[in-house]
Design a protein around this ligand. Structure first.
Ligand code: SF4
Length: 188
């Protein structure tokens, strides 16, 4: 198995799918490699593409505020990445061939981090990783065990910027995650 640094090197120079032609930077992800929680979005946006860093635009700021509200920090408590590591042009959904080419990097990240919890941010990640028929508005906040990992889907922060009324439900999901983490700490 590659180390995280070796994997990052491979991602940053990857040209395996057509998104390589239009990206500025591949975005590997960031946070704590030893975190108990892995957050997965769908793909880098414009600010992420320009900076090479995950979730740095307005949606990233909202995510940081939500994490902060439940006493979780991006640097200490989570690792965050995306289904595809390069920006789909115009922020379109990543296409199936792009996801299937890139997903081995995500699988390798999951093997290396071995998280207790995976939080899928938005439909693309939840349908790819939890259930192809996953509906975020109906199934958000439910924990589903898969291969020993508890998985939960919730709203993508970019969707919350478009539909602020869903912030209440999303915050409730973050509270559930925090409660699960506190419960599992208490039982150690
Ligand atoms: S999206 Fe993934 S597979 Fe495609 S070029 Fe970027 S790193 Fe490689």
């Amino acid at each position: 198995m590659a180390t995280m640094d070796q994997l990052k090197e491979k991602v940053l120079s990857c040209t395996a799918c057509k998104l390589a032609a239009t990206r500025t930077n591949a975005v590997f992800g960031g946070g704590n490699f030893h975190a108990r929680v892995l957050f997965i979005g769908e793909g880098p946006g414009q600010q992420e593409d320009l900076s090479g860093l995950p979730f740095v635009g307005r949606a990233g700021k909202l995510l940081d505020q939500m994490l902060d509200a439940v006493d979780l920090s991006r640097e200490k408590d989570i690792f965050i990445t995306n289904m595809v590591k390069c920006r789909p042009p115009g922020n379109r959904d990543p296409q199936p061939d792009e996801v299937s080419t890139c997903i081995e990097y995500l699988h390798e990240q999951i093997r290396l981090i071995a998280p207790q919890y995976i939080v899928c941010l938005g439909r693309v990640a939840a349908q790819s990783l939890i259930d192809p028929n996953f509906r975020v508005t109906k199934q958000h906040g439910q924990f589903i065990e898969k291969d020993g990992t508890l998985m939960m889907g919730t709203f993508h922060p970019a969707a919350l910027l478009r539909n602020p009324r869903q912030k209440v439900d999303a915050f409730d999901d973050f509270c559930k995650l925090r409660d699960r983490l506190l419960e599992s700490e208490a039982s150690l």
